[in-house]
Design a protein around this ligand. Structure first.
Ligand SMILES: [Zn+2]
Length: 130
């Protein structure tokens, strides 16, 4: 099982996983308020949904920047981004997304399996004692 090189990488993995879940959860109220505003023709509701979508887009950009620096210790591909690389044959998905599976594993189980190489990485810092 591989380990992460620095403590900052550990926190960035956890923050990126939380942001990914927050982005998905945040879509539901945004769409709900937008549908309600369109059905009732309530302009403030549509405006509020626009603010929520704008905030989600900013979070999406921040999450993209954050996850672009995170690399699998073995294959050096970012496991929290959807790259064009071929996936490992045993990759598991949640709702059709391998990124959600990685984020859930990081937050709940304390380790993740890279969707590209299939190797396990613990959410621990690599020991420097040699
Ligand atoms: Zn990998």
């Amino acid at each position: 099982m591989h380990r992460l090189p620095t403590k900052s990488a550990l926190w960035r993995y956890r923050l990126a996983s939380c942001l990914l879940f927050f982005l998905i959860i945040g879509l539901f109220p945004a769409v709900g308020v937008l549908v309600y505003g369109v059905i009732t023709r309530d302009i403030p509701c549509i405006t509020i949904s626009g603010y929520i979508f704008g905030g989600l887009i900013l979070l999406l950009l921040f999450n993209f920047i954050l996850t672009s620096k995170l690399r699998c210790p073995l294959c050096l591909v970012s496991p929290l981004q959807n790259r064009g690389c071929s996936k490992h044959r045993d990759v598991q998905r949640i709702f059709g997304s391998h990124r959600l599976k990685v984020a859930k594993s990081i937050l709940v189980e304390g380790h993740f399996s890279c969707p590209y190489c299939g190797e396990m990485t613990a959410m621990e810092i690599r020991s420097t004692n040699r």
